[in-house]
Design a protein around this ligand. Structure first.
Ligand code: GLY
Ligand code: MN
Ligand code: MN
Length: 428
């Protein structure tokens, strides 16, 4: 299937905005990272550094973006691995120069083995123009350049070698920009939500007592492959009964029981843009009275929080709204008598930003603004009832309020029961 890569103009616009915030007489270096070793002769799946990817659309290891800024000039260089016939025979085809140029919109494509000499040349030139040269690095923790070399070690080595440089951390500048999604980015997130919805539809048509939890997480993951080889955005959570009271339930190996609920927290990646959705379904096809009460409490909270999302609100305020609503429901259920005891049944945050990362980096105290995409994911986890419910949607903040991007994924009791019942009609 053909993926909708961003047009290079989108990448140029991102870099233009980013570059407008850079200091004069600065060199910015961003690294794609490398695959980590898993065993003697195998590596983990390569997961590109998202800040590098955001500014380049290059998903290939050992690549470097260098941006040089002076008052009169701005130059961009992209260093990629050179052609290597033997490596290609073993590990697959690498990007050609023209492909890297087309994807990134960067004209100066150089080979990675020339990076050090080019960097030295550029530093020498800037050193003639200014007594101090700024080197911008992404100093986020665990930011690997090579198997055992991080940007922090690069910082140390540069400071040892040169006495006319200042190292700055550029992480926050990129993150602030990433928090506001462009129209094209929102389209990618919507595509990830669509593939997730299709996977959840498969679950709804197949959920029944006697299956193992992993059969349904496997069905979801097969559905993502079937729709175009999509990856999950995080480890799929498929938790029945009391397992759903464990937030990140890790090993879905229990048998589904007739009288239990099952919580799914899952998502898909589309060109690294993530969805993050939770739904809680009745294994029998019908919620019993107690399950309905708990489910409705979480659903009402989910809707209340969504309805209050608009520019200017903070995630902290959304959490306060969620706590107030869930606390009242817990009192109505007779589970708590004192407000402070809600924490026994609800113990996580209601929202996080979503984008290239499932938990997209953000400044949490920053008021929401148009173009932010956040989750809304209240839950109640009642071990003594063997019930865990979470309902999670993905919300776009707009100028006048918000749009629920995952509105098409059913969450009303009657709609879920109707969909499960409909499979009888189709004899699945
Ligand atoms: N799936 C992780 C989360 O909802 O935040
Ligand atoms: Mn989730
Ligand atoms: Mn989430």
């Amino acid at each position: 299937m053909r993926l909708n890569y961003f047009k290079k103009e989108e990448l140029e616009a991102r870099r233009n905005l980013f570059e407008s915030k850079l200091d004069d007489f600065s060199i910015t270096l961003l690294f794609s990272g490398v695959s980590k070793k898993e065993t003697a002769d195998e590596t983990y799946y390569f997961s590109v550094n998202r800040n590098f990817y955001y500014l380049t659309q290059i998903d290939q290891e050992d690549s470097i973006l260098m941006i040089v800024k002076t008052p009169n000039e701005l130059s961009e260089y992209l260093f990629v691995l050179p052609y290597n016939e033997l490596k290609e025979k073993w590990f697959g085809i690498r990007l050609k120069d023209f492909e890297a140029r087309e994807l990134s919109g960067i004209n100066n494509i150089l080979y990675q083995d020339t990076f050090e000499s080019k960097f030295q040349l550029v530093l020498d030139e800037l050193s003639k123009l200014s007594s101090k040269v700024i080197i911008n690095l992404d100093l986020e923790r665990e930011n690997k350049i090579a198997e055992s070399y991080t940007t922090h070690e690069l910082k140390r080595d540069l400071l040892e070698k040169y006495n006319n440089i200042e190292i700055k951390d550029i992480y926050g500048t990129i993150i602030e920009q990433r928090m506001v999604k462009s129209h094209a980015e929102i389209e990618q997130i919507k595509a990830a939500i669509r593939t997730t919805r299709n996977g959840l539809d498969k679950i709804l048509l197949n959920i029944k007592p006697g299956l193992y939890e992993y059969q349904l997480s496997g069905l979801f993951e097969y559905s993502l492959k079937d729709q175009g080889n999509f990856r999950t955005s995080f480890n799929t959570i498929a938790a029945s009964g009391k397992n759903a009271t464990i937030l990140h339930y890790p090993n879905p190996e229990s048998i589904l029981k007739e009288d239990e609920l099952m919580l799914f927290d899952l998502g898909s990646q589309y060109l690294h843009y993530c969805s993050d959705i939770s739904r809680t379904y009745p294994i029998s096809g019908k919620y019993n009275e107690l399950q309905s009460k708990v489910y409705t409490a979480v659903l009402n909270c989910n809707k209340l929080v969504i309805n209050s999302i608009c520019p200017g609100k903070t995630i902290k305020e959304l959490q306060e709204i969620a706590i107030k609503s869930l606390t009242q429901s817990l009192k109505d259920l007779g589970l708590i008598s004192e407000d402070k005891d809600y924490i026994k049944y609800y113990f996580h945050n209601v929202s996080h930003h979503l984008g290239l990362d499932t938990h997209d980096p953000s400044f949490r105290e920053k008021p929401l603004e148009e173009g932010n995409v956040i989750t809304v994911e209240p839950g109640l986890y009642i071990k003594e009832y063997g019930i865990g419910v979470r309902i999670e949607d993905d919300i776009l903040v707009t100028e006048s309020g918000n749009i629920n991007l995952s509105e098409g994924i059913v969450k009303e009791i009657k709609d879920i029961e109707k969909l499960i019942a409909s499979r009888e009609k189709y004899k699945i």
